[in-house]
Design a protein around this ligand. Structure first.
Ligand code: 5RP
Length: 285
């Protein structure tokens, strides 16, 4: 297992290190980020119809929150949970074949003005707009370095690459490993990517710490299993969305995820916790 303390940010200055300290648990050195940025390309995702209603009960269990600028405006500004703002977009599921056609949608001034501690930017390695999306990330990093903001690079995959994963075993690991390293080499402080078999290799060859996204909703047990596998393999946390807020019981699910990330629960014991918390909630009704 790894923690943020296994990575050196000494050359980065005090501001960046302090912002990292805000989103990483001091004991475990890991983080549970809640991703609620899906509307930027999905429109009205299930579970995020009313972002504020979804997010508020989950906030006590978040180490950081990843919304869009529009989503953030609906939330309580008095919340103390650190914000990582999505800074790229411009595409939508309406034109699936152009999912990689992203631009910078939020400026560094807006990130600073929202008092966010950092931003996310998607890069579509291997897709036609690879260069454009890499330029989005690096231009944001360069501008943000004055302020010590945390840059999270997302290894985003369009439909084309999803097909490749299904057809050739081993391709997924190779892709995720190389894409993660490319984003780290280009200056991302943290990498957000997807779990795959052989994830130790991704962690070992990436220069930066990794948090995993959850992907589409999976059965609770399965989601807790891949979360645990990722942490065991060396991920320093999660930036998870659908597997939490689309869960039958999001508040129980985020606590089960925390138990794995911070407290070393096995997937089975985290699942027991999920069931116990869900039962208690049902009894209260
Ligand atoms: C797309 C994204 C998503 O919008 C989101 O943050 C992913 O979260 P999850 O897969 O856990 O729902 O980053 O690239």
């Amino acid at each position: 297992m790894k923690s943020i303390q296994d990575f050196s940010f000494e050359g980065e200055g005090r501001g960046l290190q302090n912002r990292l300290a805000q989103m990483f648990d001091p004991e475990s050195g890991r983080t549970v980020m809640l991703a609620v940025d899906h509307g930027y390309f999905q429109g009205v995702p299930k579970g995020l119809e009313d972002i504020r209603k979804t997010v508020e009960p989950l906030l006590p269990y978040c180490d950081a929150l990843s919304p869009t600028i529009g989503g953030l405006r609906t939330l309580d500004p008095w919340s103390r949970v650190p914000i990582i703002l999505r800074a790229t977009g411009g595409n939508s599921l309406e034109r699936r074949e152009e999912l990689d056609d992203e631009i910078v949608t939020v400026s560094i001034d807006e990130v600073v003005s929202a008092n966010a501690i950092g931003f996310t930017a998607s890069v579509y390695v291997g897709l036609p707009r690879q260069r454009q999306t890499m330029e989005n990330l690096v231009s944001l990093i360069n501008e943000a370095s004055t302020y010590g903001l945390i840059a999270i690079g997302i290894t985003a995959v369009g439909d084309k690459l999803k097909g490749l994963f299904k057809s050739e075993k081993g391709k997924q690991l190779q892709y995720i490993r190389d894409a993660s390293r490319i984003l780290a080499e280009n200056g991302a402080h943290l990498i957000k990517t997807y779990y795959c078999d052989g994830f130790e290799e991704v962690v070992e060859s990436c220069l930066a710490p990794i948090v995993i996204a959850g992907g589409t909703l999976r059965p609770t047990k399965e989601a807790l299993e891949f979360t645990s596998d990722a942490i065991q393999a060396g991920a320093v946390g999660v930036d998870m969305g659908r597997n939490i807020f689309q869960s039958e019981n999001p508040v129980a699910m985020i606590q089960a995820v925390r138990a794995i990330v911070h407290d070393g629960y096995t997937p089975a014991s985290a699942h027991d916790l999920y069931q116990e918390l869900s039962k208690r909630k049902a009894e209260k009704r």
